[in-house]
Design a protein around this ligand. Structure first.
Ligand code: NIG
Ligand code: FE
Length: 405
């Protein structure tokens, strides 16, 4: 549709606006006025202000409109694949043992280093296209499979190129503190000081970094090392987020909270003290049920405590070749319900409003006047259907910044 200013009409709109009383911020017999890429009015069609009467109306009848989806945690740029490790894990070898033996993240580092920018882009786009087909308008993309200056920069450039190659917004996170590369084995402090931090500064200077991430874990970096990295992020004026409490509880979430982190991610082993810390800092809990599923984890994140302390919960694919070879947010929403007992409403908030919060963005994620018109239109009658069906993609139309996309 070329017109910049128009009205969308439909039976049901799940605005996901938490200030509205109804579940899902639901409106029926609804209309959305879109002007120059932004939402200027939302409400019941019967209440449409007269000044909009002359605008063209696009009637989506009995369909459902939601905010477009946001995948707020991906490692979508990566070389090679780890099907052999999948087979090994099926025989009982653990993710941590594979990592200790030089596989895991390090095997993807080798494949990513030897790939060209174009090869990385081509393979990433296959996964991006799968997300786009499910109504995704915005993805976060991490580095962290380079672990040297050139390859970390290469990954971030590819991430930016995704945004130029497809109709999608991309935000980047620098994840140089993802693993210790083989050439620094046993010398993680040297890696951090000599490679990771200087690379962050250079990538930031090139405009390639929107946030700084790390992996705080016994098999990765200690809280003290992450603090050192976050101090640099703070000096550079960059927000932080953290892979924390995925396999053990090292107190990474509380540390991240002390830096007002945008999100802490995974958090299967988070305790109540950690939940209180992130509640106080306004940090989003990003749940990654597909990594939990793939690794056959049995420790469920502390969902009830997150609810009790009103911590916003986001959900993401964690799309990566090892712990989550998954490019479907619809499937991930189902997993969040079935594996973590989230309600379908919490799941939908997790890939819309709360996912935007996890990226520090206030211009998208809910359907509300003043926000970007990033919308998904579905061939379903009620929002719970999006979480309930497996293997069916009911997307009818994606709208990005007011444009059919
Ligand atoms: O989010 N936890 C650490 N990082 C990734 C795993 C990446 C990999 O296995 O390649 C994650 O699960
Ligand atoms: Fe991750």
């Amino acid at each position: 549709m070329k017109t910049q200013t128009y009205i969308l009409k439909c039976q049901t709109v799940a605005t996901m606006d938490p200030t509205l009383a109804a579940a899902y911020g639901l409106l029926t017999d609804a209309a959305i006025v879109i002007e120059n890429g932004f939402i200027s009015w939302v409400g019941q069609h019967a209440d449409l202000p007269k000044k909009f009467n002359s605008l063209m109306v696009k009637d989506f009848a009995d369909r459902l409109i939601t905010p477009a989806f946001i995948d707020c945690h991906t490692h979508i740029v990566a070389g090679g694949n780890r099907a052999e490790e999948f087979e090994m894990r099926l025989t009982g070898v653990s993710y941590a043992d594979i990592a200790k033996a030089g596989g895991g993240i390090i095997s993807t580092v080798k494949a990513t280093r030897s790939a060209t920018e174009d090869q990385l882009l081509t393979s990433a786009l296959q996964r991006v296209d799968a997300l786009l087909a499910e109504g995704v308008s915005l993805i976060e993309v991490k580095s962290g499979y380079g672990l040297d200056v050139e390859c970390e920069l290469k990954m971030l450039r590819v991430a930016r190129r995704i945004g130029n190659s497809r109709n999608i917004r991309v935000v980047t996170s620098f994840l140089g503190a993802h693993a210790i590369p083989p050439e620094f084995s046993g010398r993680s402090d040297e890696y951090l000081n000599q490679v990771c931090i200087p690379t962050l500064k250079r990538a930031h200077a090139e405009g390639l970094v929107d946030a700084v991430d790390g992996f705080c874990e016994t098999i990765a970096f200690s809280p003290a090392q992450i603090a050192k990295l976050f101090d640099v992020a703070k000096q550079l004026g960059l927000p932080v987020k953290l892979h924390a409490e995925q396999l053990t509880n090292l107190g990474g979430s509380a540390l991240a909270a002390s830096y007002a982190a945008l999100s802490v991610d995974h958090i299967e082993y988070l305790d109540e003290a950690g939940v209180k810390a992130i509640a106080n800092s306004g940090t989003v809990a990003t749940l990654l049920p597909s990594a939990f599923y793939t690794l056959k984890e049995t420790q469920v994140p502390p969902i009830d405590l997150l609810r009790k302390h009103n911590v916003p919960m986001a959900i993401a694919t964690d799309c990566n070749p090892g712990s989550s070879p998954n490019s479907s947010l619809l499937l991930t929403m189902n997993m969040a319900c079935t594996l973590f007992n989230l309600t379908p409403e919490e799941s939908l908030a997790g890939v819309t409003g709360n996912a935007a919060l996890a990226l520090g963005l206030q211009d998208t994620g809910i359907i509300k006047p003043g926000l970007r018109a990033d919308l998904a239109i579905w061939n379903v009658n009620q929002p719970a259907e999006l979480c309930y069906r497996l293997g069916i993609n009911n997307l009818a139309q994606r709208i990005l910044g007011g444009h059919y996309a």
